[in-house]
Design a binder for this molecule. Structure first.
Ligand code: SAH
Length: 506
């Protein structure tokens, strides 16, 4: 059997899209992915569905048993002829114990490639404004492990040299030894008022900074409840950085935003929240399922050319449609001369992904407005209209179209089933004030959410409610929930614009 191959990949500092293009590419082809605590699990979205995923949360501290286990696992998987990705936080070669893993691979004769990543210390400057080098105050940077500070016998820490080093000192793995690091530096002559900062969760929406000087930084960290992973920066760089801290100044930075769609929908929406600096918290409320009986749907697909108009009312409707025609070995020509309408820009954007342009999208996206505006746009009398949508959609639109004497076929393409969730985790977050906003992107999400969570818990909390549009807001109000903002543009971005606006009005 051929020996396999190992890619040792730097996952970058945290935020998933900071991995390199090459890193993401090799994840896509891996048979087996071994990842540790610091590598963002979101990166597994690139993995093949059949890839074996192994999580190795390496213990920080003494003893190398776990590291030895990882080395063995790596060699074993590769020797068995597989393509293995070893995904490591930051850069694999910076405090990554990669040497031990490579030694084993060399001994076994397994080939490998190392793909660099952005190390936490480098991302720190970009994401906090703490400029480790600056021609005015720092012409050098030293990366140090804080893990050895407690005086390991074979420690190579040279405190007197470090205390004399000008420029910026950056300690990795140092939070547990912060008091020792400070006192050693002070004892060895570094002035106690030297600026110090500790930055935790760099590049994540939960990034936090404690700042002070080397004498009081430990106390400042306790006040800010700083926990690992975090870097300690010592030197002039650690002060007056706020102006350059674009990341933590984003309007949604630090806001915990609950997303309540189906799981894949929550991931999509979550990415948009992360792009604006917010922290998405996922609580799936429903699942999109294929129909058990697809006969009517599949038959309809073979006679699409009979229709004057085909109407899509959701992204899911579009996705399910194209999946189905793909399976029938057909392509977009099935539409023939039929015109296409979408209920809103989100659905239109999904349609565009399949290189189809909508002939009509209303300016206001309720069923009622859709029907009325379509009537203004074109005559519907005796026209054959096909609605392709969820099994649980309301009848309102059909009624309006029928009143205009159109011939309407309302065909279900998928169904949404409500999801029962573990609620204790979310209720605890709500009680601890760890949720700032709850977003609702459809009436089904409202239904699914309040099937799980008691309205009183929400109404008695300071949590704000954001809705994607008037139909969803109406559903919320009928349930007795006060809606704080309703998006003007009924898309995810519109929803986030509305939240940003509300945050900046405060
Ligand atoms: N190879 C990694 C470092 C591994 S050592 C890299 O290149 O970044 C683990 C230490 O890295 C942590 O204890 C912490 O000090 C630092 N670290 C890694 N990711 C971090 C993050 N997102 N925020 C703050 N510190 C981080």
């Amino acid at each position: 059997m051929n020996k396999g191959f190992v890619y040792l990949v730097g996952a970058g500092p945290g935020r998933a899209d900071l991995i390199t293009v090459r890193g993401a590419e090799v994840i896509k082809k891996a048979d087996c992915i071994i990842y540790d605590k610091l590598a963002n699990p979101t990166l597994l979205k690139y993995a093949r569905p059949d890839a074996e995923i192994i999580h190795v949360p390496k213990r920080i501290g003494k003893g190398s048993t776990t590291q030895q286990e990882i080395n063995r696992l790596l060699a074993e998987k590769a020797v068995n002829g597989r393509i293995v990705v070893r995904l490591k936080g930051g850069d694999p070669c910076i405090f990554g114990r990669i040497g031990e893993e490579l030694e084993v691979l060399n001994a076994e004769g397994v080939g490998y490639e190392i793909i660099p990543g952005i190390t936490a210390g480098v991302a720190l400057s970009s994401y906090s404004g703490i400029m480790l080098t600056d021609r005015q105050y720092s012409s050098q940077v030293t990366f140090i492990t804080g893990h050895e500070a407690e005086g390991k016998k074979d420690s190579s820490m040279d405190w007197s040299t470090l205390a004399k080093t000008s420029g910026s000192l950056v300690f990795y793995m140092g939070i547990g030894n912060l008091d020792i690091i400070s006192s050693q530096l002070i004892e060895n002559g570094l002035p106690a008022d030297t600026p110090a900062a500790v930055v935790a969760d760099i590049t994540f929406p939960t990034q936090r900074i404690a700042e002070g000087n080397i004498a009081n930084i430990q106390e400042k960290c306790e006040l800010k409840k700083i926990k690992p992973p975090a870097l300690i920066v010592i030197g002039q760089a650690a002060k007056d950085y706020e102006e350059l801290n674009w990341f933590m100044k984003q309007p949604l930075f630090g806001k915990n935003i609950l997303v309540t769609r189906d799981e894949p929908g929550n991931i999509d929406f979550g990415e948009k929240i992360i792009e604006r600096g917010g922290n998405p918290v996922s609580f799936p409320t429903f699942q999109i399922k294929s129909l058990t009986d697809t006969t009517e749907f599949l038959q309809t697909l073979t006679k699409l050319s009979d229709y004057d108009w085909v109407i899509f009312t959701s992204q899911n409707g579009v996705k399910v449609f194209f999946e189905a025609i793909g399976k029938l070995n057909k392509d977009a020509r099935v539409f023939s001369s039929a015109k296409i309408a979408c209920i809103g820009p989100q659905t239109e954007a999904t349609l565009n992904q399949f290189a189809i342009k909508a002939d009509f999208v209303p300016s206001v996206f309720t069923s009622e407005q859709f029907g009325m505006q379509l009537l203004e746009f074109t005559k519907l009398k005796d026209k054959k209209i096909l609605l392709l949508r969820s099994e649980i959609a309301s009848d309102e639109l059909v009624e309006i179209l029928k009143k205009a004497n159109a011939k309407v076929d309302d065909v279900s393409t998928y169904t949404a089933i409500m999801q029962k969730n573990e609620t204790a985790y979310l209720e605890e977050k709500i009680n601890n004030r760890e949720i700032d906003w709850i977003t609702f992107a459809s009436p089904s999400a409202v239904q699914g959410f309040f099937d799980n969570i008691n309205i009183e818990i929400i109404n008695s909390s300071p949590i704000k409610i954001a809705s994607v549009g008037p139909v969803t807001s109406k559903e919320l109000e009928q349930k007795g929930v006060k809606v704080d903002v309703t998006a003007n543009e009924h898309t995810f971005n519109g929803l986030l614009d509305a939240i940003e606006q509300a945050c900046s009005n405060k």
